[in-house]
Design a protein around this ligand. Structure first.
Ligand code: NAD
Length: 259
């Protein structure tokens, strides 16, 4: 599907002269964020463990690729510190009931989706504090606000990220640094497309039926979200006009949490 969000160029948010770092930027929402922030004028560091994807997106946005596995805490130190906008986006999913959930998978999800964002904040905040300006945008989920069965690690990690983001908002306020979560429902990305395929096979039904009956069951707007709709909210949070928005969780969920 074509973009549903018109990109109006650098004057829209005005990130010229700013540097952004986006994790998980080789694919899906992170890729869309890298494009949207570059479109607003930022220099973008494209961080992902997927080397080919990181290089491709960096080339697309005129940014710098960093091939890093965020499950390895030591590697965070290899990333740049002079970052004005940090988008914590990298994530993964594992679906299983708690009594069958592999503990090592649970630990990995906390490492990538909670510990790495904490380490990156710790890494980049001194630069933001020195500059008196910064933006932390944490890609949470409707699952940072609500639970679903069989997603123990993911729901726990997103709820933890919500807490981390609020603490960062309070600590960052005197330094001109905002911290917010963006909470999408189901977005059309490889992460969700893989889940749709799995569910179709598990239930013996078609892909469209899985989307309608499983994924969109709780949303009022009956379509998946496009990655650039999420990226548009991320970009909006990075403008000077949104400097009073902090410690917030912005649902992009088609009415899921309104019910
Ligand atoms: P995606 O699978 O398309 O992209 C995720 C990216 O993260 C990939 O490029 C992957 O290589 C990277 N990544 C994963 N583990 C990594 C690691 N250890 N080190 C470095 N990079 C790593 O997924 P997406 O749907 O774009 O999801 C991005 C974020 O948005 C995730 O945090 C996800 O939880 C969140 N989210 C997604 C949806 C959705 O429906 N797709 C909804 C709400 C929130």
């Amino acid at each position: 599907m074509e973009s549903v969000v018109p990109h109006s160029g650098p004057e829209d948010v005005g990130l010229a002269g700013r540097t952004a770092l986006v994790t998980g930027a080789a694919s899906g929402i992170g890729r869309a964020c890298a494009i949207a922030l570059a479109d607003a004028g930022a220099k973008v560091h494209v961080v992902d463990r997927d080397a080919a994807g990181a290089v491709e997106v960096a080339k697309l946005v005129g940014g710098t690729p960093h091939v890093v596995d965020l499950a390895d805490a030591d590697l965070v130190d290899s990333l740049p510190r002079d970052v004005d906008v940090l988008v914590n986006n990298a994530g993964l999913q594992h679906v299983a009931p708690i009594d069958e959930f592999p503990p090592e998978r649970f630990a990995l999800i906390q490492q990538v989706m909670v510990t790495a964002p904490f380490l990156l904040m710790r890494h980049c905040l001194p630069h933001m504090y020195a500059a008196g300006w910064g933006r932390l945008v944490n890609i949470s989920s409707v699952h940072g606000l609500r639970a679903s069965p069989y997603k123990a690690a993911y729901v726990a990690a997103k709820h933890a990220l919500e807490g981390l983001s609020k603490v960062a908002a309070i600590e960052g306020a005197p330094h001109g640094v905002t911290s917010n979560c963006v909470c999408p429902g189901y977005v059309r990305t490889p992460l969700v497309e893989a889940q749709v395929a799995d569910q179709a096979e598990a239930h013996g039904i078609g892909l469209a039926q899985v989307v309608d009956e499983v994924f969109l069951r709780r949303t009022a707007i009956k379509r998946l979200i496009e990655p650039d709709e999420v990226a548009a909210t991320v970009r909006w949070l990075c403008g000077d006009h949104s400097g009073y928005v902090t410690g917030a969780s912005l649902p992009i969920d088609g009415g899921w949490t309104a019910q």
